[in-house]
Design a protein. Structure first.
Length: 68
């Protein structure tokens, strides 16, 4: 098993926790984490549904203030 393979959801969470003010569009997320559109949409939807991320009016995603 390749030790360099990281769960993309864990990577997103870690990066948002490391940079609390980060605000990214879905397109920016795709580029930053090398995700295809379907995978990105699935992960973002899950992170919003669980309350980790929230969507702002400018269609960027930030860490929810209640997320830990």
């Amino acid at each position: 098993m390749d030790r360099h393979v990281v769960d993309p959801e864990a990577r997103i969470r870690a990066d948002y926790l490391e940079m609390p003010g980060m605000a990214l569009s879905r397109r920016q997320m795709q580029r930053l984490w090398s995700l295809d559109a379907t995978t990105c949409d699935t992960l973002v939807s899950r992170l919003v549904r669980t309350g980790f991320l929230k969507e702002r009016s400018d269609r960027t995603y930030v860490r929810s203030t209640t997320a830990a």
